[in-house]
Design a protein around this ligand. Sequence first.
Ligand code: SF4
Length: 329
Amino acid sequence: MKGRVLNGMRPTGKLHLGNYLGSVVNMVDLQEEYDCYFSIVDWHALTTGYEDTSQLQDNILSIAIDWLSAGVDPDKSVVFVQSNVKEHAELHLLLSMVTPLAWVERVPTYKEQLRQLETRNIATYGFLGYPVLMTADILAYKADTIPVGEDQLPHIEIAREIARRFNFLYQCSVFPEAEAKLTKFAWLPGIDGRKMSKSYGNEIHMSSTPDEIRTKVSQMITDPARIRKTDPGHPEVCVPYQFYKAFASNTEESVANECRGAKVGCVACKRRLADIIVERMAPIYERQQELKRRPDDVFDVLREGAKKAQIAANNTLVEMREAMNLRDF
Ligand code: SF4
């Protein structure tokens, strides 16, 4: 039997190339091997962004378009918006009953985010409970495989603990314990060398036009010690070089040699990199333009996905209610 994957993405902005390589490429591969549930988790976006929801629907559409354009296939995977499957809310409520407060308080990202986002008022009931909501997302589909980066491991751990506690309390085996599947991908910095992030404005969007990609690449920080073209360069401290590694690993060695031997200038080197990225993203860009003209087709995919997800989540809830001795009259 195929394993089951749940992957959620928060619609807090447009996807960038770091998201593309770190997550979307992986999703496209996973759907060949697993039953995949790919969810745009809008309730999660509310946990930190409930005060301003004006961009929420634009962000949801943009993520759905980027996923579908990159090769997420609704015939192979269930693609849906979290809030369209209300079962998540009941699951969240029931699981919150059995989750000790100390478990959610000790999730490292909780205190970290409270600190990082101190300008926003996120000391809320909803934000504290987001690991339980995430657990509900996973357990709704009895997912056994969760693709995550290392920083997300504590969330998988708490999902496993909650599943175990539920099964123990009600002497049942309703929930499997999900395993984390660590994603391996080339690390991609922002154009200024810091982490690629919307909050730094240093990202290249998945939906950038070829011209926008070229402009961003031309602005990338290179080896600061290389002042003249005749100076030997140090590719390891150069942003374009990281992109070469991620987008054209076969050229990694020759680029490094040319750089160290001062055989190429940075302007030419960046121009060649821009060509590589533009060419790689071209088919995706074309499909994005097509889907932007037909948003109703995208909404149809999300609607159909929500129907399928609802059936699976409802089946889980039936078992859960029975285990907890809850009845519908
Ligand atoms: Fe970076 Fe290329 Fe310039 Fe070397 S030649 S510092 S790899 S942009």
